[in-house]
Design a protein around this ligand. Structure first.
Ligand SMILES: Nc1ncnc2c1ncn2[C@@H]1O[C@H](COP(=O)(O)OP(=O)(O)O)[C@@H](O)[C@H]1O
Ligand SMILES: [Mg+2]
Length: 261
């Protein structure tokens, strides 16, 4: 909308090609501080690629990305969390052989002096630091209502719970901006309701939420702002009401989705 100080993340004319394919095409967008902003669009529209660009896993061929006014598209992926951005992955990137609480603890590495290695060390200051990280992890597990299962191995719980663990790890980093890539995929109605409640609570503590999701009812309910992509291009940008009445959006995405119900 504007480029004032209420913009936490801004992309300016970002293009990313994979060989001959333009996955993200001359894309500009603003994410407002404290908002729940959704990126929607058909499969292959470039949503995950956009998340990969924001989190530094890949670099744009052209264009720039700013976080709180600082250029971030030139940063390395490990630098991004330290700036205050954390994310989840469409296909989960979690540690199956670790306990659930240990998975969440890995989200705290940006706050620990020794990095994640101090969790493995068992001596003196490292042990005290591990205790602090454990307490924080437990705090965020309570926030996400999964504090009862910390001792379980991640591989012992269903995929939907693993997804919640991954979101917990992202939130435990206490980011200013969290990127959620299809967090409701595979969730039943009750789990989706809980997720909606969780996303509201994440926003209430001051975290900006950028979410990619195909559950259109969820998106229409929670989003302050929706950006619609198709073939890497932005085709609509506005409130839920504006977007759901947009002819182009109905033609390439909503119509087809609603038609299936
Ligand atoms: N690493 C990659 N190499 C080649 N093509 C890719 C790569 N990542 C994504 N793509 C292609 O870019 C397009 C956008 O993909 P993606 O961002 O995953 O879409 P979405 O998340 O919206 O479904 C797709 O055509 C996909 O096949
Ligand atoms: Mg995707």
């Amino acid at each position: 909308m504007n480029n004032g100080s209420d913009t936490i993340l801004a992309a300016k004319a970002v293009t990313k090609r994979f060989g001959g394919l333009v996955a993200v095409s001359d894309l500009s967008l603003d994410v407002r501080h404290g908002s729940i902003t959704a990126i929607i669009g058909p499969n292959g529209a470039g949503k995950t690629t956009l998340f990969n660009l924001i989190s530094g896993l890949i670099r744009p061929d052209s264009g720039t990305i700013f976080f709180k006014g600082e250029r971030i598209d030139t940063k390395r992926p490990w630098e991004i969390p330290y700036l205050g951005i954390s994310r989840t992955f469409q296909n989960l990137r979690v540690f199956h052989n670790m306990n659930i609480i240990e998975n969440v603890m890995t989200g705290r590495y940006t706050h620990s002096s020794g990095g994640i290695l101090s969790c493995a060390a068992r001596l003196g200051a490292a042990r005290r630091e591990e205790q602090k990280i454990r307490e924080k992890a437990l705090y965020w597990m309570k926030f996400m209502n999964i504090d009862g299962i910390g001792a379980k191995k991640l591989k012992e719980v269903p995929f939907e719970t693993q997804r919640i663990v991954e979101i917990t790890r992202a939130v435990a980093a206490e980011p200013e901006l969290v990127l959620l890539d299809e967090p409701a995929a595979g969730l039943n109605i009750t789990e989706t309701k809980n997720l909606i409640d969780t996303i509201y609570r994440i926003r209430e503590i001051g975290t900006t939420v950028l979410i990619v999701e195909h559950d259109i009812d969820l998106i229409m309910e929670i989003s302050d702002h929706i950006i619609v992509l198709d073939f890497g291009k932005k085709i609509a940008d506005g409130t839920a009401k504006q977007v759901r009445n947009d002819r182009k959006v109905i033609a390439v995405y909503l119509g087809e989705e609603y038609g299936k119900q």
